[in-house]
Design a protein around this ligand. Structure first.
Ligand code: F6P
Length: 321
């Protein structure tokens, strides 16, 4: 039996390209004669019945916009059984036969609850700048975030070399070193600290001192949010080496901005695939792309720890310094 109505929501930290995914979901569903309800503020909106029917025109001119037109939130209430019951009631009363949920780990955990515990068909679309979802090479927004960090590092390099200074740049990623590693490699940083790898501060001080003796004065050290506070690392560098250090915390600028072509294309492919899966009767899957081919995994697998290529990529930062 063909489905007639689905819903789409974005949840957790927003990511550039989420809008392109919403657009793809709405337009492909409409093309397939399926109605789409937009849910506002993620699981919060589901609980509070904050829904709106979306059509072709509701998603015009959003493919190039960062953020999410559906807004997003991290819902405490949805973590409770009561909250989930309310959400399920809203889903049933609105005749919603399946959901496309765009977000990261927390979003997928909610989707697992809905699908496994309450039997609501759910398809996850990976939308997070952290690139920490399994079963996909890349998550929507991660390419844009890395490019934003890179642009900042390039600018920092100009002043770092001109004034012969050391900079510690803190990038986002509480549990994931993806942005740090990618922007350090792409930006030619001398050092990078990741939550996934042991980082030997003493080694770094030693290298700075030795480099200084050779006449190397400017350094860029990239630190992932989850690997330590940039201020603390900067202070220790000064304490040990006696050199002046400046700190830049890039923060939420990395979450905004115009999505790159890669993120828009990924979002479009995955949004369409998610609707297709619901039409085929799938109910607890996550979509992704591996080696440029669409890849479907169980939601449970998608939230398992994604290994980033620490060994080779991390070493590369040092080799090419
Ligand atoms: O969306 C992921 C992320 O940006 C992480 O990299 C970061 O640690 C976290 O969200 C920050 O969350 P918030 O916006 O709630 O401060």
């Amino acid at each position: 039996m063909s489905i007639k109505k689905i819903a789409v929501l974005t949840s957790g930290g927003d990511a550039p390209g989420m809008n392109a995914a919403i657009r793809a979901v709405v337009r492909f569903a409409e093309h397939s004669k399926i109605q789409v309800m937009g849910v506002f503020r993620g699981y919060e909106g589901l609980i509070q019945e904050d829904l709106k029917l979306l059509n072709h025109r509701s998603v015009s001119n959003i493919i190039n916009r960062g953020g999410t037109i559906l807004k997003t939130a991290r819902s405490e209430e949805f973590l409770t059984e009561d909250g989930q019951k309310k959400a399920v009631k809203v889903i049933k009363e609105n005749n919603i036969e399946g959901l496309v949920l765009i977000g990261g780990n927390g979003t997928y955990r909610g989707a697992i609850e809905l699908s496994k515990r309450w039997n609501i068909p759910c398809i996850g679309v990976p939308g997070t700048i952290d690139n920490d979802i399994n079963g996909t090479d890349s998550t929507i927004g991660s390419d844009t975030a890395v490019n934003t960090a890179l642009e900042a590092i390039d600018k920092i390099r100009d002043t770092a070399t001109s004034m012969e200074r050391i900079f510690v740049v803190e990038v986002m990623g509480r549990d994931s070193g993806f942005i740090a590693l990618s922007s350090a490699l792409g930006g030619g940083a001398e050092e990078v600290a990741l939550p996934e790898a042991e980082f030997d501060l003493d080694d770094m001080y030693q290298e700075i001192v030795e480099g200084n003796i050779r006449g190397k004065i400017s350094w860029i050290v990239v630190v992932a949010e989850g690997a330590g506070k940039a201020q603390d690392i900067a202070k220790k560098i000064t304490d040990v080496t006696g050199l002046e250090v400046r700190v830049v915390v890039l923060g939420h600028v990395q979450r905004g901005g115009i999505p790159t072509a890669r993120d828009r294309i990924l979002a479009t492919r995955l949004g369409v695939k998610a609707v297709e899966l619901l039409m085929q009767g799938e109910g607890s899957k996550a979509v992704g792309v591996i080696s440029n081919e669409i890849n479907i995994v169980d939601l449970e697998f998608a939230i398992t720890k994604k290994e980033i290529n620490i060994e080779s990529l991390y070493k590369l930062v040092k080799i090419v310094t």
